[in-house]
Ligand binder design. Structure first.
Ligand SMILES: Nc1nc2c(c(=O)[nH]1)N[C@H]1C(S)=C(S)[C@@H](COP(=O)(O)OP(=O)(O)OC[C@H]3O[C@@H](n4cnc5c(=O)[nH]c(N)nc54)[C@H](O)[C@@H]3O)O[C@H]1N2
Ligand SMILES: Nc1nc2c(c(=O)[nH]1)N[C@H]1C(S)=C(S)[C@@H](COP(=O)(O)OP(=O)(O)OC[C@H]3O[C@@H](n4cnc5c(=O)[nH]c(N)nc54)[C@H](O)[C@@H]3O)O[C@H]1N2
Ligand code: SF4
Ligand SMILES: [Mo]
Length: 729
């Protein structure tokens, strides 16, 4: 039933395309001449699809996809449609708040912006005086307004700038950097003939452009092999769904490599010209036969061999999907390297139907302009998390760091304590494992600020909540979207900010002025910034606003090897080639070739707990939004009938999920759509903030149970190596 419901949401996608491209006549007839249609960019998730916002009498009445965007075909998803529900939600924070109760209680008093800025600035200046600027940490989900928070942090002088990436795709990105010299790689799904997806759940955990590409591919006969221990809407859409034991995808990928090499099903000319380390790869996979992989994965050897042969035969239009969320298992980094090796053997780099390097404006000798600011002060201290440091996390980019490092620094003072933290469009309590320890750390901070549209779980512990206006109420800096050709996109204000909310460009400018750092924000308003950004292109904001996006006329979608399979492809690895064997990894003491490590089996009486995201919510950001809450108000624990029977658990029963003395309560969904030794929940529930009135206290929150496990190579969090007990409550 679950799958049918989720499947419906996805099946609605192509229908949505037609509907949105041609608004119903009835609605068009109702629209009086006063309607205004504003081009903009969705922010209901970070895919940022181009949209059209219809405004009537100062109210947003409809959000549609921008039909000019080919990759989305003018579609948006259910979440994109729900922007109006976010805009109008009475639960939004609409005025700055200063805490008066205990941390976590959610008791605040309303404050003016000036008071809120003064409160923060005074404490920050005291902290800087006592501990140095490095005692400030800033954490963010990267967004179009990033420049303002980052400018503030750099002007303040702290090196401790974090993104959410180590809770999401960091392992994949580091694997790409090591193997290809860049993490800027993408797939044009519509042209792929044979796609193998290792749990990238395209039909449910959506990026509209990717899902549309896959629908186009499938409808012209492309094949999709999908691995997932649970049945998801992508299992239903796939031509082949395989159910591996959790954490064993690496064995499957290694066996594919073994078959392709043994049966000479790879692109020898490509391997010779564009890769290094093939001999080491061949030696490494020699014993990883399909028969061996069958015992690891639970998938028959014949099936694995067949997939390898089909993949090798369909080359170069065969792609192994490198995935998105890769904070999964301890062997995930190796899995991503193995996936990149599969693509190398398919010789699919820079040909239609393969993988391509993202082309940005820089490649065309140009860049967005910026507002003028003085040089930032030199940073004297090292980072608290060891990102980019030899012997610690040398491969982790310093722009991201390890967002899970906050509690360690605050609670142990090692290497030194963070005393203040600003969380911007980021809810560490809901997003990062070991929530109780993050709470302990929050309680010990001298200053915690949340810049959000809601009182998030983190917000409830904050000293100050600064309410940003939503994406529909603000103009953001112009965004660059790289692809086969670069594009710039423009999010413009559709309606004025509600209540006393403000955009980031204003918040950080005014906070900087209160902190004595105003010189770094010497612009008047966002229009001045956008004008500076567009100056190199001779483009005005008004012109850009007409279609909402723009591509430099010289930029043409390019596959470097489309016509000449021997064309040069510049890769920024040490060898200039795809590194199937990495001397860089060897030097750092990490496995340089490919090697298998089996995930540990669940100890007696426990289950492995896995998660994924659902079609109608974004991570832990949207569960409280009225219409999306109505569509899926809670999550359930998926459990197979055999263990459920043994535990006396029936469908719909209340259950307790326990690990290491911690527990969460929820309802059981007894289903054959999950393997026997594994349980599953959708991520984003178990919320604690009193400000999230609809979703608070509903469902199971896994981050309240899981410990922090960090992959020593990539710095990524590891979120699928936790075992839980399940009992009827
Ligand atoms: N257990 C478990 N943990 C996970 C995951 C999982 O599957 N399981 N998934 C991981 C993944 S893939 C990710 S990406 C992270 C995501 O976790 P986060 O990086 O925290 O991102 P979101 O949940 O998308 O949103 C964070 C906050 O942004 C706020 N927000 C929304 N729009 C705006 C805006 O316009 N301005 C401002 N200032 N704030 C806004 C929302 O209200 C929300 O509080 O979580 C990770 N954590
Ligand atoms: N609707 C919607 N779309 C989203 C998001 C959202 O929250 N909602 N979030 C966005 C973000 S930030 C991200 S990072 C991406 C994430 O998109 P995905 O990378 O697809 O990530 P998840 O949904 O976390 O997990 C996908 C699947 O992995 C399966 N899985 C668990 N263990 C294993 C295993 O051992 N092997 C295999 N093969 N599969 C396994 C789970 O059952 C789940 O169905 O989606 C983006 N798009
Ligand atoms: S995938 Fe959906 S929520 Fe995300 S940006 Fe696109 S329309 Fe918005
Ligand atoms: Mo993510």
């Amino acid at each position: 039933m679950q799958v049918a419901a989720a499947g419906t949401a996805v099946a609605a996608l192509p229908v949505g395309v037609r509907e949105l491209a041609h608004p119903p006549a009835a609605e068009a007839a109702q629209s009086p001449g006063t309607d205004k249609v504003v081009t903009s960019v969705c922010e209901m998730c970070t895919v940022r699809c181009p949209i059209l916002v219809r405004v009537r009498d100062g109210k947003v009445v409809r959000i549609q996809g921008n039909p000019r965007e080919k990759s989305t075909q003018g579609a948006i998803c259910a979440r994109g449609n729900a922007g109006i529900s976010l805009l109008e939600d009475p639960d939004r924070v609409r005025t700055p708040l200063i805490r008066v109760g205990k941390r976590g209680e959610g008791t605040f008093r309303k404050a003016t912006w000036e008071e809120a800025y003064r409160y923060i600035a005074d404490r920050l200046n005291v902290i800087r005086g006592s501990y140095g600027p490095e005692a400030l940490g800033v954490g963010r989900r990267p967004s179009a307004g990033d420049a303002f928070l980052l400018t503030f942090a750099k002007a303040f002088g702290t090196p401790n700038i974090f993104s959410h990436e180590s809770s999401c795709p960091l392992g994949r990105n580091v694997a790409m950097e090591v193997t290809l010299g860049t993490s800027g790689v993408a797939i044009d799904y519509s042209k792929v003939d044979y796609l193998v997806s290792f749990g990238r759940n395209h039909m449910e955990t959506l990026a509209v452009p990717q899902a549309q590409g896959i629908v186009v591919g499938l409808s012209r006969g492309a094949r999709l092999v999908y691995l997932d221990p649970r049945r998801s809407p992508t299992s239903t859409a796939a031509t082949t769904w395989l159910q591996p034991l959790p954490g064993t995808d690496l064995a499957f990928a290694l066996a594919m490599l073994q078959v392709m090499i043994a049966e000479n099903l790879y692109d020898q000319a490509f391997v010779k010209r564009y890769t290094m380390g093939f001999e080491q790869l061949a030696a490494a996979v020699l014993t990883y036969t399909p028969e061996w992989a069958a015992t690891e994965t639970g998938i028959p050897a014949g099936t694995i061999r067949q997939v390898a042969r089909d993949f090798g035969t369909a080359r170069p239009r065969s792609v192994a999907d490198f995935g998105w969320f890769t904070s999964t298992y301890l062997n995930d980094f190796q899995l991503r390297r193995a996936i990149l090796a599969l693509n190398a053997l398919a010789g699919n780099l820079e040909v239609p139907g393969g993988m391509f390097l993202l082309k940005g404006l820089k490649g065309y000798g140009t860049e967005l302009g910026d507002w003028k600011k003085p040089a930032f002060p030199a940073v004297k201290a090292g980072r608290v998390d060891g990102a980019g440091v030899a012997g610690r996390f040398p491969l982790v980019p310093v722009k991201d760091g390890l967002c899970q490092a906050l509690p360690e620094s605050v609670l142990t003072g090692k290497p030194y304590p963070l005393k203040a933290y600003i969380a911007h469009r980021f809810d560490p309590l809901a997003a990062i494992p070991d929530q109780p320890r993050t709470i302990e750390a929050f309680k010990k901070l001298d200053l915690l600020v949340s810049v959000d549209v809601y009182m998030s779980d983190t917000g409830a512990y904050a000293d100050v909540i600064l309410p940003e206006c939503t994406y529909l109420e603000r103009t953001d800096p112009v965004m660059e979207a790289s692809g086969l050709a670069p594009k710039i996109r423009y999010r413009q204000q559709a309606v004025p900010p509600q209540g006393n909310t403000r955009p980031s460009w204003q918040i950080y400018k005014e906070l900087a002025e209160a902190t004595g750092l105003g010189e770094y924000f010497a612009y008047r308003d966002i229009d001045e910034i956008v004008t500076a950004q567009l100056a190199p292109f001779g483009l005005t904001a008004a012109k850009l606003a007409e279609s909402g996006q723009w591509t430099p006329p010289t930029a043409k979608p390019t596959y470097l090897r489309k016509t000449d399979p021997t064309a040069p492809v510049k890769l920024k690895t040490a060898s200039g080639k795809i590194e199937l064997y990495s001397a860089e990894l060897a030097k750092m003491g990490f496995e340089p070739a490919l090697a298998y490590t089996a995930p540990p089996a669940p100890p007696e009486g426990t289950f492995r707990m896995i998660q994924g995201k659902c079609a109608v919510h974004t991570n832990s950001a949207t569960q409280n939004i009225p219409v999306l809450h109505e569509l899926r108000p809670s999550n359930e624990l998926w459990i197979h009938p055999v263990p459920a029977g043994r535990l006396g658990i029936k469908d719909g029963d209340s259950v307790i999920v326990r690990t290491a003395g911690r527990e969460q309560r929820g309802l059981a969904k007894v289903t054959r759509d999950i393997l026997e030794g594994t349980v599953f929940t959708y991520h984003g529930w178990g919320r604690t903030s009193p400000g999230l009135t609809r979703v608070k206290g509903k469902g199971i929150g896994f981050n309240a149970l899981m410990p922090v496990i960090t992959d020593p190579v990539s710095g990524s969090l590891v979120m699928r190596e936790t075992f839980v007990e399940v009992v009827k409550s």
